[in-house]
Design a protein around this ligand. Sequence first.
Ligand SMILES: Cc1cc2nc3c(=O)[nH]c(=O)nc-3n(C[C@H](O)[C@H](O)[C@H](O)COP(=O)(O)OP(=O)(O)OC[C@H]3O[C@@H](n4cnc5c(N)ncnc54)[C@H](O)[C@@H]3O)c2cc1C
Ligand SMILES: NC(=O)c1ccc[n+]([C@@H]2O[C@H](COP(=O)([O-])OP(=O)(O)OC[C@H]3O[C@@H](n4cnc5c(N)ncnc54)[C@H](O)[C@@H]3O)[C@@H](O)[C@H]2O)c1
Ligand code: SF4
Ligand code: FES
Length: 809
Amino acid sequence: MNKERLVLIGNGMAGMYTIEEILKQEPDRFEITVFGKEPHPNYNRILLSSVLQGDSELKDIVLNDYDWYKEHNITLYTGDEVTRIDTNNKQVESAGGIVCAYDHLIVATGSNPFMPPIPGSDKEGVISFRDIKDTETMIEASKKYEKAAVIGGGLLGLEAARGLLNLNMETEVIHLQDQLMERQLDPNASKMLKRELENQGMRFHMEKQTEQIFGRKRAQGLHFKDGESLYADLVVIAVGIRPNIGLAENSGLKTNRAIIVNDFLETSAPDVYAVGECAEHNGIAYGLVAPLYEQGKILAERLVSKEPAGTGYQGSLTSTKLKVSGVDVFSAGEFGEADDLKSVLVHDDFDGVYKKVNIRDNKVVGAVLFGDTTDSPKLLNLINKKEDISEVGKGIILPSESNAPMESPVVDMANEETICGCNGVCKGEIVSAINEKGLTSVNEVKQHTNASRSCGGCKPLVSDLLNATLGDGAAVNEVEPLCGCTDLSHEQVIEEIKAKQLSHTREVMNVLGWKEPEGCSKCRPALNYYLSVSKPEEYEDDYASRFINERVHANIQNDGTYSVVPRMYGGVTNSDQLRKIADVAEKYEVPLLKLTGGQRIDLLGVNKEDLPAIWGDLDMPSGHAYGKSIRTVKTCVGEDFCRFGTQDSIGMGMTIERKYERLNTPHKVKMAVSACPRNCAESGIKDIGIVGLEGHWEMYVGGNGGVDLRGGELLGKMNSDDELLDAISAFLQYYRESAHYLERTSHWIERVGLDHVKAVVLEDEEERANLIERMEVSLEHKGEDPWKELTYNEKKKQELFEQRKVELV
Ligand SMILES: Cc1cc2nc3c(=O)[nH]c(=O)nc-3n(C[C@H](O)[C@H](O)[C@H](O)COP(=O)(O)OP(=O)(O)OC[C@H]3O[C@@H](n4cnc5c(N)ncnc54)[C@H](O)[C@@H]3O)c2cc1C
Ligand SMILES: NC(=O)c1ccc[n+]([C@@H]2O[C@H](COP(=O)([O-])OP(=O)(O)OC[C@H]3O[C@@H](n4cnc5c(N)ncnc54)[C@H](O)[C@@H]3O)[C@@H](O)[C@H]2O)c1
Ligand code: SF4
Ligand code: FES
């Protein structure tokens, strides 16, 4: 018997999900042909953000490889666009000249990025972010160019911007509204998100309308309507999407914003269905995979059973998470304000946590979470179930806010509650698969249930569920790789560097079998750092692997200029230094001189090309205000001037700063010395905070005064200056050797535990002595001041400061 001919136009996420669902139910029923405009098999578009951010490689995001199509007897035409649907003769025609008849046709052509009519948007270097080609273009551009502008501060724009930052590009986001992600977040969450992203190095231009993209052949920057401009040699436009319906319209299918479908995804033409972003159901065209997969499931049932099954598709509740590491944001349902809505609110600026749950008629209808999204599965289920919550307390709405000890939210979830929103997989399904198929890892759960196959946001829940189902210790702990270029963890890489005596980033990548020979923006700076600690005697800085601020030894500002902070040991200066700073400020027309929180003078608004000359004129050491290194040692006036002073805090601060300046560390290290517990130098919120008392010093560690406000914890009491310096050496060296690159002391201590750190750096005499000895070797080899070097090293100066000027002319 001849098989029914099923043709799919659009080899993307929604269409292929539908095919997979059909194959699960009726593997042999249809003769399937798939047309895809892109020259690739079906891949996970969602994970393009991870590829750009350096967490995955393109080959890892393929969902169905070419062999899969062969194994399932599917005829696949890639790189071939369908140009016509002949609904009368029931056939499609492709640009490649193929004419293919169908009994059933699925249109799943997705969306196109919306390109606003900005003059100059046809220039080289102006792209959208939608597919593999765009991602490759950005990665390539980052190797040649330094400055990127992203137009659009929505989900896509912010994920693109984070990726470009990871690719070492200076990245500015231009947003039309006064609030980022205004379609998903309320003003409070949006403000906290902006602050966090600014801390990560993103710069924002809010309420800006781009009037023109200027440049000759290639984009060189943007002019805004308010008369301001900025330079950029890569412009990424991410201002929304438009359903791709040209083909459907030309072929006579009924369309509105997208192709109009009924509850069974049927279009206006017989035997023609539409699914995914190109379909419009009840006036809504969705732009997230969870609803598209729900549609795909219904359509598969419809095609397999012939007769409409159940009530069909009834629309979807959407929820979003931003895929930017270090930022936890969740939003679902009605998150805004309305007269008939009541809210449960938690707002803690100190911990950077914000939660708002909207309730109407005793039912949870929407939520926004920032900083702590552990309650998101619970809330999503409450919104979905529309249960009356009048009988339950806040503990049910926001379990993490109740006083009960926090267990994973999966423990209390009912079997029918959803764990993986993208793929619609509930707890019961995963538990059955774990028990019946003997699954022990997240990866196995993914293969058998699809949970965590898309955005990956549910991985922690799946992992908790594995632990809860198998009991402690039975789940296989998959190591978190350093980045997508390797399967090795930070610890394993450090071990291998030591064991194999590796000494250069390229050597590490070669010897340890890096999947991507050039590495990525995540691993290269980390490797460069690990090598510097492992072999200080032989280490040669691979400065091309450093982040932009560290390459040019200055902090880039939001207008593309730089800030210059000279070192002033212990926050002490003199008339000679002040005179030089004043002269430089006048000569180079520095727009702003500002005292920093770390007791230094910041020259702000300096042009990049003036940096080496300014450093030469200042003739002061770099304050390393831009580096993953020892920053400032802040001091109080101490015993010489203050009537409460018990110790020479200034003297000790200067000694410490002179000793450890220019030392590479996993992240920035800030220190302070106060001469009594009144703590005027704020020693309680520093990575290392020293407090003087009569006859001894107290040393606090792991403090942080930034977004993650954290009080330092007492490491110990030191009875002399030498004992204090030894303790600082041992502590710093242990942090340098065992923290992950980009891990602040606060997070490191939380991970390894203060008791453990105390045991190693204070209690174990031998280990302590070894750490101090290794620190001394590092101090001997920390190299000369980078500003000084750049005043005479012409080759390096030209590479860093002059080639760029030529490119821009
Ligand atoms: C960078 C990025 C990150 C994202 N992150 C998330 C996320 O975290 N969570 C989430 O839920 N969603 C996310 N999305 C959105 C999600 O990827 C889309 O909603 C989803 O891919 C849409 O699926 P689709 O099948 O409708 O369209 P697509 O996946 O775009 O597939 C459509 C395919 O059809 C092809 N095509 C079009 N016309 C023709 C033709 N005439 N002939 C042949 N082929 C044709 C296209 O080339 C394309 O390959 C993200 C999107 C991007 C770009
Ligand atoms: N994590 C995720 O779930 C995720 C990630 C990426 C993409 N996506 C999906 O991909 C699609 C595209 O995402 P998107 O962010 O482009 O769409 P979007 O519509 O969500 O956001 C576009 C943003 O651009 C702004 N904007 C519009 N015109 C502008 C202009 N001229 N200048 C500056 N800003 C302007 C808007 O105010 C809006 O905030 C969406 O469907 C989105 O849901 C989802
Ligand atoms: S910390 Fe104590 S000693 Fe130092 S300035 Fe303040 S009060 Fe004086
Ligand atoms: S929630 Fe996105 S993959 Fe599970």
